[in-house]
Design a protein. Structure first.
Length: 40
């Protein structure tokens, strides 16, 4: 069940950005959010 949820999430992320550049920016934003959360 978890694998299905992860797969759907990954497909949603890939569908949300039309190019690999967009995907890279999305990953970068996610990393920045994690860093901010870790420094609090």
């Amino acid at each position: 069940m978890k694998k299905v949820a992860i797969l759907l999430l990954a497909l949603g992320v890939l569908a949300g950005c039309s190019t690999f550049k967009g995907l890279g920016e999305d990953i970068q934003k996610g990393g920045q959010a994690i860093e901010k959360a870790a420094t609090k």
